[in-house]
Design a protein around this ligand. Structure first.
Ligand code: CMX
Length: 439
Protein backbone atom coordinates (compact mmCIF):
# COMPACT_ATOMS: atom_id res chain seq x y z
CA UNK A 1 0.00 0.00 0.00
CA UNK A 2 1.15 3.58 -0.64
CA UNK A 3 1.67 5.73 2.46
CA UNK A 4 -1.36 7.96 1.71
CA UNK A 5 -3.57 4.90 1.54
CA UNK A 6 -2.11 3.57 4.82
CA UNK A 7 -2.66 6.92 6.51
CA UNK A 8 -6.22 7.14 5.21
CA UNK A 9 -7.00 3.65 6.51
CA UNK A 10 -5.62 4.35 9.97
CA UNK A 11 -7.58 7.65 10.19
CA UNK A 12 -10.73 5.89 9.01
CA UNK A 13 -10.29 3.10 11.59
CA UNK A 14 -10.00 5.70 14.38
CA UNK A 15 -13.04 7.56 13.06
CA UNK A 16 -15.07 4.35 12.81
CA UNK A 17 -14.35 3.64 16.49
CA UNK A 18 -15.44 7.15 17.46
CA UNK A 19 -18.64 6.89 15.45
CA UNK A 20 -19.44 3.51 17.01
CA UNK A 21 -19.08 4.96 20.48
CA UNK A 22 -21.08 8.11 19.54
CA UNK A 23 -23.95 5.96 18.30
CA UNK A 24 -23.77 3.67 21.33
CA UNK A 25 -23.94 6.60 23.75
CA UNK A 26 -26.08 9.11 21.89
CA UNK A 27 -27.78 7.17 19.10
CA UNK A 28 -31.25 8.14 20.39
CA UNK A 29 -30.47 11.84 20.81
CA UNK A 30 -32.80 13.99 18.66
CA UNK A 31 -30.88 16.65 16.75
CA UNK A 32 -33.82 18.49 15.16
CA UNK A 33 -37.52 18.37 14.35
CA UNK A 34 -38.67 18.24 10.76
CA UNK A 35 -41.58 20.30 9.45
CA UNK A 36 -43.98 19.36 6.70
CA UNK A 37 -42.76 22.36 4.69
CA UNK A 38 -39.21 20.96 4.76
CA UNK A 39 -40.45 17.60 3.52
CA UNK A 40 -42.22 19.24 0.57
CA UNK A 41 -39.61 21.91 -0.16
CA UNK A 42 -36.47 20.06 -1.14
CA UNK A 43 -35.57 18.85 2.39
CA UNK A 44 -33.93 22.23 3.05
CA UNK A 45 -32.15 22.30 6.41
CA UNK A 46 -32.86 18.67 7.32
CA UNK A 47 -29.68 17.09 8.68
CA UNK A 48 -29.59 13.62 7.19
CA UNK A 49 -26.06 12.92 5.99
CA UNK A 50 -22.51 12.64 7.27
CA UNK A 51 -19.82 14.00 4.92
CA UNK A 52 -16.38 14.20 6.50
CA UNK A 53 -14.58 16.20 3.81
CA UNK A 54 -16.17 19.65 4.19
CA UNK A 55 -18.82 21.64 6.07
CA UNK A 56 -20.85 24.61 4.81
CA UNK A 57 -21.74 27.55 7.03
CA UNK A 58 -24.57 29.73 5.68
CA UNK A 59 -22.67 32.94 6.44
CA UNK A 60 -19.00 31.99 6.27
CA UNK A 61 -19.15 29.59 3.32
CA UNK A 62 -17.35 26.33 2.87
CA UNK A 63 -14.62 24.94 5.11
CA UNK A 64 -12.61 21.95 3.99
CA UNK A 65 -11.59 20.00 7.09
CA UNK A 66 -11.95 23.25 9.01
CA UNK A 67 -10.00 25.43 6.55
CA UNK A 68 -11.70 28.31 4.72
CA UNK A 69 -10.90 29.12 1.10
CA UNK A 70 -8.59 32.08 2.00
CA UNK A 71 -6.76 29.80 4.47
CA UNK A 72 -6.35 27.12 1.83
CA UNK A 73 -4.97 29.64 -0.67
CA UNK A 74 -2.41 30.50 1.95
CA UNK A 75 -1.58 27.09 3.43
CA UNK A 76 -1.82 24.48 0.66
CA UNK A 77 1.32 23.64 -1.35
CA UNK A 78 1.84 25.51 -4.62
CA UNK A 79 4.00 24.95 -7.69
CA UNK A 80 7.38 26.63 -7.50
CA UNK A 81 6.83 30.35 -8.20
CA UNK A 82 3.03 29.95 -8.10
CA UNK A 83 0.44 31.59 -5.84
CA UNK A 84 -2.56 29.31 -6.14
CA UNK A 85 -3.08 26.05 -4.22
CA UNK A 86 -2.55 22.66 -5.82
CA UNK A 87 -5.80 20.65 -5.91
CA UNK A 88 -3.66 17.60 -5.21
CA UNK A 89 -3.04 19.11 -1.75
CA UNK A 90 -6.74 19.71 -1.19
CA UNK A 91 -7.51 16.11 -2.11
CA UNK A 92 -4.93 14.94 0.44
CA UNK A 93 -6.48 17.23 3.06
CA UNK A 94 -10.02 15.95 2.37
CA UNK A 95 -8.86 12.32 2.35
CA UNK A 96 -6.67 12.20 5.45
CA UNK A 97 -7.80 15.31 7.33
CA UNK A 98 -4.32 16.85 7.66
CA UNK A 99 -2.64 19.66 5.75
CA UNK A 100 -0.23 18.13 3.22
CA UNK A 101 3.45 18.92 2.86
CA UNK A 102 4.90 19.70 -0.57
CA UNK A 103 6.07 16.09 -0.73
CA UNK A 104 2.55 14.83 -0.04
CA UNK A 105 1.06 16.95 -2.84
CA UNK A 106 3.87 15.85 -5.18
CA UNK A 107 3.21 12.24 -4.27
CA UNK A 108 -0.48 12.58 -5.24
CA UNK A 109 0.54 14.41 -8.44
CA UNK A 110 2.95 11.64 -9.40
CA UNK A 111 0.40 8.90 -8.58
CA UNK A 112 -2.20 10.54 -10.81
CA UNK A 113 0.31 11.12 -13.61
CA UNK A 114 1.25 7.41 -13.51
CA UNK A 115 -2.39 6.33 -13.72
CA UNK A 116 -3.56 8.83 -16.32
CA UNK A 117 -3.51 6.63 -19.40
CA UNK A 118 -7.03 6.46 -20.90
CA UNK A 119 -7.86 3.28 -22.86
CA UNK A 120 -8.76 3.80 -26.53
CA UNK A 121 -12.27 2.38 -26.21
CA UNK A 122 -13.19 5.38 -24.04
CA UNK A 123 -12.23 7.72 -26.88
CA UNK A 124 -14.27 5.50 -29.24
CA UNK A 125 -17.32 6.02 -27.04
CA UNK A 126 -16.79 9.80 -27.19
CA UNK A 127 -16.29 9.63 -30.96
CA UNK A 128 -19.64 7.84 -31.33
CA UNK A 129 -21.47 11.01 -30.23
CA UNK A 130 -22.45 13.67 -32.75
CA UNK A 131 -20.33 16.79 -32.24
CA UNK A 132 -23.51 18.59 -31.21
CA UNK A 133 -23.84 16.43 -28.05
CA UNK A 134 -23.42 18.51 -24.91
CA UNK A 135 -19.93 18.09 -23.38
CA UNK A 136 -21.49 16.95 -20.08
CA UNK A 137 -23.31 14.14 -21.91
CA UNK A 138 -20.03 13.05 -23.55
CA UNK A 139 -18.19 13.38 -20.23
CA UNK A 140 -20.68 11.24 -18.32
CA UNK A 141 -20.72 8.57 -21.04
CA UNK A 142 -16.90 8.46 -21.05
CA UNK A 143 -16.86 7.99 -17.25
CA UNK A 144 -19.31 5.10 -17.60
CA UNK A 145 -17.15 3.58 -20.34
CA UNK A 146 -14.08 3.88 -18.12
CA UNK A 147 -16.01 1.93 -15.49
CA UNK A 148 -15.29 -1.27 -17.36
CA UNK A 149 -11.93 -1.02 -15.60
CA UNK A 150 -13.46 -0.86 -12.09
CA UNK A 151 -11.39 -2.86 -9.63
CA UNK A 152 -14.18 -2.63 -7.07
CA UNK A 153 -16.82 -4.10 -9.42
CA UNK A 154 -14.48 -6.97 -10.31
CA UNK A 155 -13.51 -7.66 -6.70
CA UNK A 156 -17.17 -7.57 -5.62
CA UNK A 157 -18.00 -10.07 -8.35
CA UNK A 158 -15.18 -12.27 -7.15
CA UNK A 159 -16.73 -12.15 -3.66
CA UNK A 160 -14.64 -9.99 -1.31
CA UNK A 161 -15.15 -9.37 2.40
CA UNK A 162 -17.05 -6.10 3.07
CA UNK A 163 -14.20 -4.99 5.37
CA UNK A 164 -11.98 -4.41 2.35
CA UNK A 165 -14.46 -2.65 0.03
CA UNK A 166 -12.74 0.63 0.87
CA UNK A 167 -9.43 -0.61 -0.59
CA UNK A 168 -10.89 -1.13 -4.09
CA UNK A 169 -12.97 2.06 -3.88
CA UNK A 170 -9.74 3.93 -3.08
CA UNK A 171 -7.93 2.36 -6.04
CA UNK A 172 -10.79 3.20 -8.44
CA UNK A 173 -10.93 6.73 -7.04
CA UNK A 174 -7.25 7.38 -7.70
CA UNK A 175 -7.45 5.98 -11.24
CA UNK A 176 -10.65 7.82 -12.11
CA UNK A 177 -9.40 11.20 -10.90
CA UNK A 178 -6.10 10.64 -12.70
CA UNK A 179 -7.87 10.11 -16.03
CA UNK A 180 -10.52 12.86 -15.92
CA UNK A 181 -8.38 15.72 -17.29
CA UNK A 182 -7.41 13.68 -20.36
CA UNK A 183 -11.05 12.75 -21.01
CA UNK A 184 -12.26 16.32 -20.51
CA UNK A 185 -9.51 17.75 -22.74
CA UNK A 186 -10.28 15.16 -25.41
CA UNK A 187 -13.94 16.22 -25.45
CA UNK A 188 -12.90 19.89 -25.65
CA UNK A 189 -10.39 19.47 -28.49
CA UNK A 190 -12.74 17.18 -30.41
CA UNK A 191 -15.74 19.50 -30.19
CA UNK A 192 -14.10 22.90 -30.53
CA UNK A 193 -10.59 22.42 -32.00
CA UNK A 194 -11.25 20.08 -34.95
CA UNK A 195 -10.03 17.02 -33.06
CA UNK A 196 -6.50 18.42 -32.90
CA UNK A 197 -5.55 16.60 -29.66
CA UNK A 198 -2.62 17.44 -27.41
CA UNK A 199 -0.70 14.66 -25.67
CA UNK A 200 -0.31 14.87 -21.87
CA UNK A 201 2.89 16.21 -20.29
CA UNK A 202 3.69 13.90 -17.38
CA UNK A 203 6.10 16.45 -15.89
CA UNK A 204 3.30 18.90 -15.08
CA UNK A 205 0.99 18.97 -12.07
CA UNK A 206 -2.61 17.73 -12.50
CA UNK A 207 -4.05 21.19 -13.30
CA UNK A 208 -1.03 22.37 -15.32
CA UNK A 209 -1.25 19.28 -17.48
CA UNK A 210 -5.01 19.75 -17.88
CA UNK A 211 -4.47 23.34 -19.06
CA UNK A 212 -1.75 22.10 -21.42
CA UNK A 213 -4.03 19.40 -22.93
CA UNK A 214 -6.81 21.96 -23.37
CA UNK A 215 -4.31 24.04 -25.37
CA UNK A 216 -3.30 26.73 -22.85
CA UNK A 217 0.39 27.19 -22.03
CA UNK A 218 0.01 30.59 -20.35
CA UNK A 219 1.26 30.22 -16.74
CA UNK A 220 -1.47 32.51 -15.41
CA UNK A 221 -4.15 30.30 -17.02
CA UNK A 222 -2.52 27.32 -15.29
CA UNK A 223 -2.78 29.25 -12.02
CA UNK A 224 -6.46 29.88 -12.75
CA UNK A 225 -6.96 26.14 -13.30
CA UNK A 226 -5.27 25.35 -9.95
CA UNK A 227 -7.57 27.80 -8.18
CA UNK A 228 -10.65 26.70 -10.15
CA UNK A 229 -10.07 22.98 -9.55
CA UNK A 230 -9.51 23.65 -5.85
CA UNK A 231 -12.52 25.84 -5.08
CA UNK A 232 -15.09 23.74 -6.96
CA UNK A 233 -14.02 20.45 -5.34
CA UNK A 234 -16.52 20.08 -2.50
CA UNK A 235 -19.49 21.83 -0.86
CA UNK A 236 -20.49 19.40 1.90
CA UNK A 237 -22.78 16.45 1.18
CA UNK A 238 -26.29 17.65 0.40
CA UNK A 239 -25.73 19.39 -2.94
CA UNK A 240 -27.04 17.48 -5.95
CA UNK A 241 -23.71 16.18 -7.33
CA UNK A 242 -22.30 15.15 -3.94
CA UNK A 243 -25.54 13.64 -2.74
CA UNK A 244 -26.14 11.74 -5.99
CA UNK A 245 -22.62 10.26 -5.88
CA UNK A 246 -23.04 9.27 -2.24
CA UNK A 247 -26.55 7.86 -2.77
CA UNK A 248 -25.64 5.73 -5.77
CA UNK A 249 -22.43 4.63 -4.06
CA UNK A 250 -24.47 3.48 -1.07
CA UNK A 251 -25.96 0.75 -3.27
CA UNK A 252 -22.33 -0.42 -3.78
CA UNK A 253 -22.36 0.79 -7.36
CA UNK A 254 -18.69 1.28 -8.27
CA UNK A 255 -17.05 4.75 -8.20
CA UNK A 256 -17.47 5.18 -11.97
CA UNK A 257 -21.23 4.58 -11.81
CA UNK A 258 -21.54 6.71 -8.66
CA UNK A 259 -19.54 9.63 -10.03
CA UNK A 260 -21.42 9.50 -13.35
CA UNK A 261 -24.65 9.90 -11.34
CA UNK A 262 -23.15 12.96 -9.65
CA UNK A 263 -22.21 14.39 -13.03
CA UNK A 264 -25.70 14.00 -14.50
CA UNK A 265 -26.89 16.07 -11.53
CA UNK A 266 -24.14 18.65 -11.95
CA UNK A 267 -25.35 19.09 -15.54
CA UNK A 268 -28.60 20.70 -14.33
CA UNK A 269 -28.99 24.49 -14.81
CA UNK A 270 -29.86 25.08 -11.14
CA UNK A 271 -26.59 23.38 -10.12
CA UNK A 272 -23.31 23.18 -12.08
CA UNK A 273 -24.67 24.22 -15.47
CA UNK A 274 -25.29 27.67 -13.97
CA UNK A 275 -21.71 28.66 -14.93
CA UNK A 276 -22.67 28.21 -18.59
CA UNK A 277 -26.00 29.97 -18.00
CA UNK A 278 -24.30 33.01 -16.43
CA UNK A 279 -22.20 33.62 -19.51
CA UNK A 280 -25.16 33.02 -21.79
CA UNK A 281 -27.18 35.54 -19.76
CA UNK A 282 -24.39 38.15 -19.91
CA UNK A 283 -23.85 37.58 -23.63
CA UNK A 284 -27.57 37.91 -24.38
CA UNK A 285 -27.78 41.07 -22.27
CA UNK A 286 -24.79 42.62 -24.07
CA UNK A 287 -26.21 41.64 -27.47
CA UNK A 288 -29.63 43.13 -26.67
CA UNK A 289 -28.01 46.34 -25.41
CA UNK A 290 -25.47 46.35 -28.23
CA UNK A 291 -22.71 47.00 -25.71
CA UNK A 292 -19.69 45.16 -24.29
CA UNK A 293 -19.86 47.29 -21.15
CA UNK A 294 -23.46 47.80 -20.03
CA UNK A 295 -23.99 50.48 -17.38
CA UNK A 296 -25.24 49.60 -13.89
CA UNK A 297 -28.64 51.11 -14.80
CA UNK A 298 -28.85 48.89 -17.88
CA UNK A 299 -27.84 45.83 -15.86
CA UNK A 300 -30.50 46.62 -13.24
CA UNK A 301 -33.18 46.95 -15.92
CA UNK A 302 -32.09 43.64 -17.47
CA UNK A 303 -32.31 41.86 -14.11
CA UNK A 304 -35.87 43.19 -13.67
CA UNK A 305 -36.71 41.96 -17.18
CA UNK A 306 -35.33 38.49 -16.40
CA UNK A 307 -37.41 38.27 -13.24
CA UNK A 308 -40.56 39.54 -14.99
CA UNK A 309 -40.13 36.84 -17.62
CA UNK A 310 -40.24 34.23 -14.83
CA UNK A 311 -36.58 33.22 -15.22
CA UNK A 312 -33.80 32.94 -12.67
CA UNK A 313 -30.81 35.28 -12.59
CA UNK A 314 -28.08 32.65 -12.96
CA UNK A 315 -25.15 32.74 -10.54
CA UNK A 316 -27.24 34.29 -7.75
CA UNK A 317 -28.93 32.55 -4.84
CA UNK A 318 -28.14 29.40 -2.92
CA UNK A 319 -29.99 26.72 -1.03
CA UNK A 320 -27.73 27.07 2.04
CA UNK A 321 -25.47 30.15 1.71
CA UNK A 322 -26.82 33.50 2.88
CA UNK A 323 -23.81 35.73 2.07
CA UNK A 324 -21.45 36.22 -0.87
CA UNK A 325 -19.88 32.86 -1.68
CA UNK A 326 -16.16 32.95 -0.72
CA UNK A 327 -15.54 31.00 -3.93
CA UNK A 328 -16.88 34.08 -5.78
CA UNK A 329 -14.61 36.33 -3.72
CA UNK A 330 -11.53 34.18 -4.42
CA UNK A 331 -12.18 34.47 -8.15
CA UNK A 332 -12.76 38.20 -7.82
CA UNK A 333 -9.36 38.53 -6.14
CA UNK A 334 -7.78 36.49 -8.92
CA UNK A 335 -9.43 38.80 -11.48
CA UNK A 336 -8.16 41.92 -9.69
CA UNK A 337 -4.60 40.57 -9.94
CA UNK A 338 -4.66 39.07 -13.42
CA UNK A 339 -7.31 40.84 -15.52
CA UNK A 340 -8.78 43.93 -13.79
CA UNK A 341 -9.59 45.64 -17.09
CA UNK A 342 -11.35 42.78 -18.84
CA UNK A 343 -14.81 44.10 -19.91
CA UNK A 344 -16.71 40.90 -19.05
CA UNK A 345 -14.97 40.58 -15.69
CA UNK A 346 -15.89 44.21 -14.97
CA UNK A 347 -19.49 43.48 -15.97
CA UNK A 348 -19.53 40.60 -13.46
CA UNK A 349 -18.37 43.04 -10.77
CA UNK A 350 -21.04 45.56 -11.82
CA UNK A 351 -23.72 42.86 -11.63
CA UNK A 352 -22.45 42.13 -8.11
CA UNK A 353 -23.13 45.74 -7.15
CA UNK A 354 -26.55 45.90 -8.76
CA UNK A 355 -28.18 42.48 -8.40
CA UNK A 356 -28.34 41.83 -4.61
CA UNK A 357 -30.69 44.72 -3.68
CA UNK A 358 -32.98 43.94 -6.61
CA UNK A 359 -33.14 40.23 -5.76
CA UNK A 360 -33.63 41.04 -2.08
CA UNK A 361 -36.44 43.41 -3.07
CA UNK A 362 -38.48 40.52 -4.50
CA UNK A 363 -39.05 39.46 -0.91
CA UNK A 364 -38.87 35.77 -1.74
CA UNK A 365 -35.27 35.03 -2.79
CA UNK A 366 -33.58 33.88 0.42
CA UNK A 367 -30.02 34.58 -0.72
CA UNK A 368 -29.55 37.58 -3.03
CA UNK A 369 -25.75 37.11 -3.16
CA UNK A 370 -23.58 35.55 -5.89
CA UNK A 371 -22.47 31.93 -5.85
CA UNK A 372 -19.36 30.35 -7.39
CA UNK A 373 -20.87 30.22 -10.88
CA UNK A 374 -21.39 33.99 -11.13
CA UNK A 375 -17.68 34.58 -11.72
CA UNK A 376 -15.99 31.54 -13.21
CA UNK A 377 -16.98 31.93 -16.88
CA UNK A 378 -15.72 35.52 -17.17
CA UNK A 379 -12.21 34.48 -16.09
CA UNK A 380 -12.17 31.54 -18.50
CA UNK A 381 -13.36 33.83 -21.30
CA UNK A 382 -10.57 36.28 -20.51
CA UNK A 383 -8.01 33.58 -21.40
CA UNK A 384 -9.87 32.66 -24.60
CA UNK A 385 -11.80 29.67 -23.27
CA UNK A 386 -15.07 30.98 -24.64
CA UNK A 387 -16.90 27.71 -25.22
CA UNK A 388 -19.55 28.10 -22.51
CA UNK A 389 -21.02 24.61 -23.00
CA UNK A 390 -17.74 23.20 -21.72
CA UNK A 391 -17.64 25.09 -18.43
CA UNK A 392 -19.58 22.51 -16.41
CA UNK A 393 -17.08 19.81 -17.43
CA UNK A 394 -14.36 21.85 -15.70
CA UNK A 395 -16.57 22.00 -12.62
CA UNK A 396 -17.05 18.22 -12.88
CA UNK A 397 -13.32 17.46 -13.03
CA UNK A 398 -12.90 19.44 -9.82
CA UNK A 399 -15.99 18.01 -8.09
CA UNK A 400 -14.49 14.51 -8.49
CA UNK A 401 -11.97 15.36 -5.77
CA UNK A 402 -14.53 15.95 -3.05
CA UNK A 403 -17.20 13.43 -3.91
CA UNK A 404 -14.74 10.60 -4.52
CA UNK A 405 -12.74 11.34 -1.36
CA UNK A 406 -16.13 11.16 0.41
CA UNK A 407 -16.95 7.87 -1.29
CA UNK A 408 -13.70 6.43 0.11
CA UNK A 409 -14.85 7.56 3.57
CA UNK A 410 -18.34 6.13 3.05
CA UNK A 411 -16.97 2.66 2.39
CA UNK A 412 -14.19 2.85 4.98
CA UNK A 413 -16.78 3.76 7.62
CA UNK A 414 -19.15 1.07 6.38
CA UNK A 415 -22.10 3.43 5.81
CA UNK A 416 -25.25 1.51 4.82
CA UNK A 417 -27.46 1.84 1.76
CA UNK A 418 -29.36 5.14 1.91
CA UNK A 419 -33.11 4.81 2.12
CA UNK A 420 -35.05 7.74 3.62
CA UNK A 421 -38.80 7.47 4.15
CA UNK A 422 -41.18 9.19 1.76
CA UNK A 423 -44.86 9.95 2.25
CA UNK A 424 -47.90 10.73 0.12
CA UNK A 425 -49.98 13.90 0.36
CA UNK A 426 -52.84 11.73 1.61
CA UNK A 427 -50.59 10.61 4.47
CA UNK A 428 -49.61 14.22 5.19
CA UNK A 429 -53.24 15.42 5.25
CA UNK A 430 -54.35 12.66 7.60
CA UNK A 431 -51.34 13.21 9.84
CA UNK A 432 -51.86 16.95 10.28
CA UNK A 433 -55.65 16.72 10.63
CA UNK A 434 -55.87 13.80 12.98
CA UNK A 435 -52.35 13.49 14.24
CA UNK A 436 -52.48 9.95 12.96
CA UNK A 437 -50.00 8.13 10.74
CA UNK A 438 -51.41 6.06 7.87
CA UNK A 439 -50.00 3.28 5.71
N1 CMX B 1 -33.21 34.45 -9.66
C1 CMX B 1 -34.55 34.45 -9.64
N2 CMX B 1 -35.29 33.79 -8.72
C2 CMX B 1 -34.62 33.13 -7.76
C3 CMX B 1 -33.22 33.12 -7.69
C4 CMX B 1 -32.50 33.80 -8.70
N3 CMX B 1 -31.17 33.79 -8.76
N4 CMX B 1 -32.85 32.38 -6.61
C5 CMX B 1 -33.98 31.95 -6.02
N5 CMX B 1 -35.05 32.39 -6.72
C6 CMX B 1 -36.46 32.11 -6.48
C7 CMX B 1 -36.71 30.60 -6.52
O1 CMX B 1 -36.86 30.17 -7.87
C8 CMX B 1 -37.98 30.50 -5.70
O2 CMX B 1 -39.04 30.93 -6.49
P1 CMX B 1 -40.51 30.24 -6.34
O3 CMX B 1 -40.90 30.42 -4.91
O4 CMX B 1 -41.34 31.01 -7.31
O5 CMX B 1 -40.33 28.79 -6.72
C9 CMX B 1 -37.74 31.55 -4.60
O6 CMX B 1 -36.80 32.48 -5.15
C10 CMX B 1 -37.20 31.00 -3.31
O7 CMX B 1 -36.02 30.27 -3.60
P2 CMX B 1 -34.86 30.13 -2.53
O8 CMX B 1 -35.41 29.38 -1.37
O9 CMX B 1 -34.20 31.43 -2.29
O10 CMX B 1 -33.80 29.24 -3.32
P3 CMX B 1 -33.73 27.66 -3.49
O11 CMX B 1 -33.03 27.11 -2.31
O12 CMX B 1 -35.07 27.10 -3.81
O13 CMX B 1 -32.84 27.51 -4.79
C11 CMX B 1 -31.01 27.95 -6.23
C12 CMX B 1 -31.46 27.72 -4.78
C13 CMX B 1 -29.49 28.01 -6.29
C14 CMX B 1 -31.49 26.76 -7.08
C15 CMX B 1 -31.65 29.27 -6.73
O14 CMX B 1 -31.16 30.34 -5.97
C16 CMX B 1 -31.39 29.53 -8.19
O15 CMX B 1 -32.16 29.02 -9.03
N6 CMX B 1 -30.32 30.33 -8.54
C17 CMX B 1 -29.95 30.54 -9.93
C18 CMX B 1 -29.25 29.31 -10.49
C19 CMX B 1 -27.86 29.17 -9.91
O16 CMX B 1 -27.08 30.10 -9.84
N7 CMX B 1 -27.53 27.93 -9.52
C20 CMX B 1 -26.16 27.60 -9.05
C21 CMX B 1 -26.07 27.32 -7.55
C22 CMX B 1 -24.66 26.92 -7.15
C23 CMX B 1 -24.31 25.57 -7.70
O17 CMX B 1 -24.94 24.57 -7.32
O18 CMX B 1 -23.41 25.48 -8.57
Amino acid sequence: MGYVKDLFKSKADDQAKEIKSLIEQFGNTKIEDVTLAQVYQGMRGITGLVTETSLLDANEGIRFRGFSIPELRDKLPKVSGGNEPLPEGLFYLMLVGELPTHEDADHISATWARRSHVPNYVFDVIEAFPLSAHPMTQFTAAILALGTESKFAKAYNDGINKKIYWDYIYEDTMTLIARLPRIAAYIYRRKYKNGDHIQPDGMLDWSGNFAHMLGYEDESFKELMRLYLTIHADHEGGNVSAHATHLVGSALSDPYLSFAAGMTGLAGPLHGLANQEVMHWIRTMCAELNSDAPTKEQIGAYIHKTLTEGKVVPGYGHAVLRKTDPRFTAQMEFGKTHCPDDPTVKTVWNIYEVAPPILEGTGKIKNPWPNVDAHSGSLLKHYGLVEEDFYTVLFGVSRALGVLASLCWDRALGFPIERPKSITTEWAKKFVMKGEKVG
